[in-house]
Design a protein around this ligand. Structure first.
Ligand SMILES: *Cc1c(COP(=O)(O)O)cnc(C)c1O
Length: 430
């Protein structure tokens, strides 16, 4: 599709990156289930390997079905390029990889998806990287945490699961002032509700497993580059600004300009880390993205209705949903995610841990699963599952205390969801 900038979101979510298959005329993007692609001749092969010509070599690096999804997500996020990979967690490693070296750190929000807190506080240490967790509402604390070894600031647009909205604009200014990129995990908001790049973010990461696919079928991840960061402004990012020994001394920023990060992500990240998205997964996610705006509208509408109903219930302590007037983050909705605060929130039950466990076990329409962003409504008791490995302090900071249940509102009829929640609340307190 040409001149993508002129089309609206609903058009782009269906068409961006795709065109009828030139060989067959197939209207839907084919699943190019092929490991390798034939070179025209030896010269063509050499040009591809030298990155002088863009094309398909081997599906660990690039694949035509995955490429459509990459262009689709990059367009919806307003970036210059995107790299898809095998999961949201892979996307986070892939986003940090070109920026970090042993001894470097990332300054991260203390309100993040539980798995990300574990990845950042434990696993990345094996690479010699580290994370400093801060309350990102305290901009002075963020600025103070950034030191000469910091290579990125990391937050979630709408933090999973606490109903917290990051002030992306303010954080981007702090990161920019310190000469480091702001990376925003936009999984819970999706580009329909929030555009981190417009608000100043350099990189956006996604777990495409969630709303972008929207039907709970495949795991995937994506890193979108705004193309706005000057990697050569300091000596902090040698893998992008200096000759890269892992690619025979190529200078990525000098050679590819605003596409440096994207090319690095494919030519070195996917080539050597191998966290590749397969074409089947890309296909399921492409099918999902076609209806993203429609689903997000219903997720938001249902979440508002259900959260409002729960807030008034006798057996409920409180509900954290930024779409409610009672939320301390309500004021940020209009500026950060003007089309709504998403479909994810937490509810704290009277009766604590035991009531939560009974509640979750009594639900019938809602499924108890470790997933979110599905068409169907889901719940999880974070303290006994996704946030189990965190300390009680980390659980509280992440909005996942023992009395809290996370709810991912689906696109069913809201009156049916309310009836199910009502009977389960009664059962939990019987
Ligand atoms: C699920 C999730 C992740 C991790 O994604 P996977 O696809 O499960 O690896 C990261 N961030 C957020 C906000 C998530 O919801």
């Amino acid at each position: 599709m040409s001149e993508a900038a002129n089309f609206g979101f609903d058009t782009l979510q269906i068409h961006a990156g795709a065109r009828p298959d030139p060989a067959t005329g197939a209207r839907q993007t084919p699943i190019y289930q092929s490991t390798a692609f034939v070179f025209r001749d030896a010269e063509h092969a050499a040009a591809l390997f030298n990155l002088q010509e863009v094309g398909y070599i081997y599906s660990r690096l690039t694949n035509p079905t995955v490429a459509v999804l990459q262009e689709r997500i990059a367009t919806l996020e307003g970036g210059v390029g995107a790299v898809c990979c095998s999961s949201g967690h892979a996307a986070q490693i892939m986003a940090l990889f070109p920026l970090m070296q042993p001894g470097c750190n990332v300054v991260a929000s203390n309100r993040l998806y539980g798995g990300t807190i574990t990845q950042f506080s434990q696993t990345i240490k094996r690479f010699g990287w580290s994370a400093k967790f801060v309350d990102t509402d305290d901009l002075d604390a963020v600025a103070a945490a950034i030191d000469e070894n910091t290579r990125a600031v990391f937050c979630e647009s709408i933090a999973n699961p606490g109903g917290y909205i990051s002030d992306i604009e303010a954080l981007a200014k702090v990161a920019d002032g310190a000469g480091v990129p702001l990376i925003v995990d936009n999984t819970s908001a999706t580009p329909y509700l929030c555009n981190p790049i417009k608000l100043g973010a350099t990189l956006v990461v996604h777990s495409t497993t969630k709303y972008l696919t929207g039907n709970g079928t495949v795991t995937g991840g994506c890193i979108v580059d705004s193309g706005n960061f000057d990697w050569s402004a300091s000596d902090k990012f040698p893998s992008l600004s200096q000759p890269e020994p892992a690619y025979h001394g190529l200078k990525f920023h000098e050679t590819f300009g605003p596409l440096a990060f994207t090319f690095h992500g494919i030519a070195i990240g996917l080539r050597d880390l191998g966290m590749t998205m397969n074409p089947q997964a890309a296909h399921y996610t492409l099918m999902g993205i076609e209806t993203l705006s429609l689903r997000m509208e219903r997720h938001v509408e249902n979440a508002k209705t259900v959260a409002g109903w729960l807030e008034g219930h006798d057996l409920v302590d409180y509900v954290t949903y930024a779409g409610l007037e009672s939320s301390p983050y309500h004021d940020r909705v209009e500026r950060i995610c003007p089309k709504g605060a998403g479909g994810l929130f937490t509810v704290a039950l009277k009766g604590g841990y035991d009531a939560c466990v009974k509640f979750v076990d009594s639900l019938e329409i809602f499924s108890h699963v470790a997933n979110l962003g599905d068409a169907r409504s889901l719940v999880i008791h974070s303290a006994s599952t996704t946030h189990r490995q965190l300390t009680p302090e980390q659980q509280e900071a992440a909005g996942a205390g023992p009395n809290v249940v996370r709810i991912s509102i689906g696109i069913e009829n809201s009156e049916d969801l309310i009836a199910d929640l009502d009977q389960a609340l009664k059962a939990a307190h019987a």
